[in-house]
Design a protein. Structure first.
Length: 142
């Protein structure tokens, strides 16, 4: 089962993504937090997820800071982080990759595009990729 930490402050965006990902029929669990502070809190106490789907523009603590937190923690370094942003700014995209993002997805606007992206995302990370073990992160955090 793929466990996704969804860090998204917009309830409508989060619900559309959740609904679209569930429609794939693939086994997954989605843990949603609304801001970067809660994302860091979750990762600090129970880093049991396979991937992080991270919005950049978040209240309290921004997405860049969450990404930096993940990449600076030995127990989280291997955790795949997928940035999902409305921005197509090349400098912003480059900054995310430079900071250690595994992927950068421009947020789709139309419902059919959201569904298509969600299917591709979940299928890729569920069936094509061999993810790092969650056991290492759990052992290291104790």
């Amino acid at each position: 089962m793929l466990r996704i930490l969804l860090v998204e402050d917009n309830p409508a965006d989060a619900q559309m993504l959740r609904t679209s990902m569930v429609k794939t029929g693939l086994p997954l669990e989605i843990i949603r937090v609304e801001d970067g502070e809660k994302a860091i809190g979750y990762l600090a106490t129970s880093p049991s997820c396979d991937i992080v789907l991270l919005d950049l523009n978040l209240p309290r603590v921004g997405g860049y800071e969450v990404l930096e937190y993940i990449r600076n923690r030995k127990e989280l370094k291997r955790l795949p982080v997928i940035i999902m942003s409305g921005s197509t700014d090349v400098d912003e995209i480059d900054r995310c990759y430079q900071a250690g993002a595994n992927s950068y997805i421009c947020k789709p606007i139309r419902l059919d595009e959201i569904l298509s992206m969600a299917v591709a995302l979940v299928t890729y990370w569920s069936t094509c990729v061999k993810l790092p073990s969650r056991r290492l992160a759990a052992r290291t955090c104790l």
